[in-house]
Each structure stands twice: as C-alpha cells, then as structure tokens.
Design a binder for this molecule. Structure first.
Ligand SMILES: *Cc1c(COP(=O)(O)O)cnc(C)c1O
Length: 229
C-alpha cells in the first residue's frame, strides 16, 4: 500500500512540475516519517526515497542507528538548543531555525564537529499564534545576523502554511515566501543562498510546487494518518 501511495504522490509532483513548467529534478520529495515504525521507512527507502523528515531529536537518533546510512535526514520540527548536539552530525538540513540563539548553538556545535551545517529559516508566513517561525518582516535582519556565524550555511526558507480544506487558500502564502526569498537574494548577503524553498505538505504540496517549492514535506500522503495515542 505504501508503494502505491508513494507512486501517486510522485505522479502528483511530476504533474505539478509540468503545470508550472518546472523540471521534476528541481523538487525534492521528503517523506515525513515521524511516529512511523522503521519497517515502513525501509519500505519507502526500498522504493527509492532517500530523503526523510522527522520532527523529534530522539526519533532521528533511533531511526538513524538502524536504517541505511545513505539516508538524508531532515530536521523539520522545533529544535531545542540543548538537543542540537545529538543531531548535528546526523542530519543534512535543519529546516526550523527561527532564532539567533538557536543558530548560535548550531554554529557552535558545527565548529566543534568540524562540519558546515546547512539550515533554513522558518517563516510563519500566515502569522499564526500556534506556529513557530519568525514573521516575514524579521527575516532580513535575522538572516544578516545568522550569516555572520561560522560553519553555517543559510540555504533558503521553510514555512508551514495553515491547515486548510482548499489548498488554493495557501497559494498566496507560498507566493509571499518566494518573494521574500527574492528580496533576501537582492541583499547579496555573504554566505546566504535562497536555493531551497521548503513548503507544501500533504494537503497543499501541488500548489506549493506551482509556486516554486524546491522541497515538499509529505507525511500522511505517503505513510497514512498518524496515530499519536
Ligand atoms: C508532520 C509535518 C509534515 C507532514 O505533514 P502531512 O500533512 O502529514 O504531510 C510536514 N512538515 C512538518 C514541519 C511537519 O511537522
């Protein structure tokens, strides 16, 4: 069943790329596997997926240990500073950087481990109180501050759009993220690229791709509904 789910998500990604006149290779599908057992991840891995998204440090560590080492782990959830040290050498990209203090800790750990960590700035584009992320107006200043830190590379922006019945309602938010990225690029800040726009989830990834997403994070659409009980 997972393989069929994956196939239909893949088809949707390809079709959305087609509608937008984009190359399929410019969009990375991240399988969001939080709460799901490693057997299910292995099945999706065997079907060819190498990018997996998780939102809890403990879960990344456990899954990292037992699954193939060529998996690219994406930290997509809120990250506490005191836990950065556990994942700094395990993840390929931290999507959820929303403060200078968090970035400073990531930088510190990256220096310690002699690596360069790629990060995204999380933007709360709809200004929802329940969500993490900075407001659009704060983005340029934060990017400038973080860009000065060693062993970090700002690669783009991430957003979690509101939960909506009709994904069209989020189109403007995705467009605004893309515009924000354009505005940041225009600032020509050293050490900053805006190559990655991580936006779009099960409910709205096709619209996100049409509006320029380069990474979509799909959980339910691949693995089925999550059970938190
Ligand atoms: C859980 C989660 C997703 C995936 O959500 P689905 O609606 O199941 O596709 C994507 N991004 C983040 C940050 C998440 O926490």
């Amino acid at each position: 069943m997972l393989k069929e789910n994956l196939k239909s998500v893949e088809d949707n990604v390809e079709n959305a790329c087609g509608r937008a006149g984009r190359n399929r290779n410019d969009v990375t599908l991240i399988a969001v596997s939080k709460t799901k057992p490693v057997e299910m991840l292995q099945e999706i891995y065997d079907a060819g997926v190498r990018d997996f998204g998780e939102n809890k440090v403990q879960e990344i560590i456990e899954k990292y240990d037992v699954l193939p080492k060529d998996i690219k782990w994406h930290m997509i959830g809120h990250l506490q500073r005191n836990k950065v040290k556990y994942i700094i050498d395990k993840v390929c990209l931290i999507h959820s950087v929303d403060s200078l203090r968090l970035a400073e800790e990531i930088s510190r750990q990256a220096v310690k481990h002699e690596l360069t960590m790629s990060i995204l700035i999380e933007v709360n584009i709809a200004e929802e109180e329940s969500k993490f992320g900075i407001y659009k107006e704060e983005a340029i200043q934060l990017v400038e501050q973080i860009a000065a830190l060693p062993n970090l590379k700002i690669c783009g922006l991430m957003t979690i759009a509101p939960y909506v019945e009709d994904p069209e309602e989020n189109r403007l938010y995705f467009r605004n993220i893309r515009q924000l990225a354009v505005d940041i690029v225009a600032k020509n800040i050293d050490n900053v690229s805006m190559d990655i726009l991580s936006m779009g989830m099960t409910g709205d990834y096709m619209v996100a791709i049409e509006e320029g997403a380069t990474m979509v994070r799909v959980g339910t659409g691949i693995f089925g509904a999550r059970n938190y009980s």
